[in-house]
Design a protein around this ligand. Sequence first.
Ligand code: NAP
Length: 177
Amino acid sequence: MANIVYIGASLDGFIADKNNRIDWLHEIPNPAGLDLGFADFMARIDAIIMGRNTFETIQGFDCEWPYKKPVFVLSNTLKTVPKSIADKVSLVRGELTDIVEQLAQLGYQNLYIDGGKTIQSFLQQDLIDELIITTIPILLGGGVPLFTELNAPLKFKHVNAIRYLDYVVKNHYIRER
Ligand SMILES: NC(=O)c1ccc[n+]([C@@H]2O[C@H](COP(=O)([O-])OP(=O)(O)OC[C@H]3O[C@@H](n4cnc5c(N)ncnc54)[C@H](OP(=O)(O)O)[C@@H]3O)[C@@H](O)[C@H]2O)c1
């Protein structure tokens, strides 16, 4: 059972720029269209928990719903999801520990945790087991931060680093408890 962050971040630690845009994530030259290990990661997880803002960003993309695994959207304001994705997306709210426990009982053990505020909320409660962070060599100077303040430091062990395409590094950290 693991709660795993898999995310792209700028050198200065932002996951979206000042205009809430993520184009810069996809601007590195990638002629062969490598997925940088995303499909292998998705094969490992059972379900996705994402914040409402990330959900709305994905809905704004000009493409079909991209995930085959079940998606649980954290929101205290949304009441419904569009009919076209109602079999793939559910809304959840409440205590994160309860949500994780309920999903585990449904058989969703390994969770992909996505969205800035969402990741921060999980970290504040020490509910993240792995961080897989792909660093993009750009300084955005502001935007949506990946991390924020914590009540206490959280230590991680570094288990792997992969350099891709002469531009990015994917670092994999595991929580040391
Ligand atoms: N670089 C990347 O790889 C990457 C990946 C994912 C997202 N992004 C970007 O990050 C931005 C979205 O991140 P974000 O920080 O704005 O927010 P987020 O985590 O996607 O969404 C936050 C929202 O989730 C809801 N929520 C409900 N319970 C929550 C809880 N316990 N903890 C946290 N959120 C809870 C709240 O919505 P309600 O008001 O409805 O309650 C809250 O405003 C977008 O620009 C997206 O494109 C980038």
